[in-house]
Design a protein around this ligand. Structure first.
Ligand code: BTN
Length: 246
């Protein structure tokens, strides 16, 4: 299990930026930068992450020593958030591959994993986690997806510290399994709602979204899709967005 060391702020530009700085200054594995709000929260692919007070915003520093597939940390973080929300609130959660956590088909949380390398070796990974808790989010991001919050879904406020604890416990477990080489994919696939669905996948390399069927997640965490009878592999880093086709 990871021992968590908290570095807490009221407001920061981005916990991700601060955690990166601390990691470069040799902060130990388990350091967690937490803020009540962010003025410049960062999402995947350079997007903004709207971060008003009432949400959970944290960035964890991990220093894997035995990870043959560090890219799976992204999926582990999404699984931890999905489990943490379910255990704390009873809400039913699902992952939209690779790292969006959904409740009732709306995005409630997102994760980002940014790795730093020395040659081929990973020196550290900064795992950023943002959960929409007690502020209203519907319509804020509106452009590509409908967002929601735990407060909106439950009709009451949630205890953000309890949620933080549960997510960190789940992450610690998932990360431990990964480090000990356990095959976690079977378990994780159960959380990924994308599998078996008709999806539209917008890749960075093409103008038009790809209309295909998501058939599986491979052992490295990539999405296998089928189109016109042929299988193609989508790597998370090539994906701009993915939606279920209606
Ligand atoms: C995404 O879905 O695009 C990922 C969003 C990750 C947001 C979190 S909030 C805490 C941490 N600090 C940031 O600036 N970003 C991550």
């Amino acid at each position: 299990m990871v021992t968590w060391i908290f570095v807490e702020f009221d407001e920061v530009d981005s916990t991700q930026t601060i955690a990166k700085r601390l990691a470069t200054d040799d902060a130990p594995e388990g350091t967690v930068v937490v803020a009540k709000s962010q003025t410049s929260g960062k999402g995947r692919l350079g997007r903004d992450w709207v971060s008003p007070e009432g949400g959970l915003y944290m960035s964890l520093i991990i220093r894997p020593y035995n990870l043959s597939r560090p890219e799976l940390v992204t999926l582990a973080s999404a699984v931890a958030v999905a489990q943490g929300i379910r255990r704390t609130t009873g809400l039913s959660t699902a992952i939209r591959w690779p790292n969006d956590v959904m409740v009732n088909n709306r995005k409630i949380a997102g994760t980002i994993a940014e790795a730093e390398f020395h040659g081929h070796d990973v020196t550290h990974i900064i795992v950023g986690i943002g959960v929409n808790c007690n502020a209203g989010f519907s319509g804020i991001r509106g452009l590509q997806e409908e967002a929601t919050s735990l407060g909106e879904e439950l009709g009451r406020e949630v205890d953000v510290s309890e949620l933080r604890r549960t997510i960190l416990d789940s992450f610690s477990q998932a990360y431990g399994d990964l480090q000990s080489g356990e095959d976690t994919m079977l378990l994780w696939r159960k959380h990924v709602m994308t599998v078996g669905k008709h999806v539209l996948a917008k890749l960075k390399t093409s103008e038009e979204p790809l209309s295909c069927i998501a058939v599986n997640i491979d052992p490295r965490g990539n999405l296998i899709v089928q189109r016109d009878g042929a299988a193609t592999i989508i790597h998370p880093e090539d994906l701009e967005w993915l939606r279920e086709e209606t």
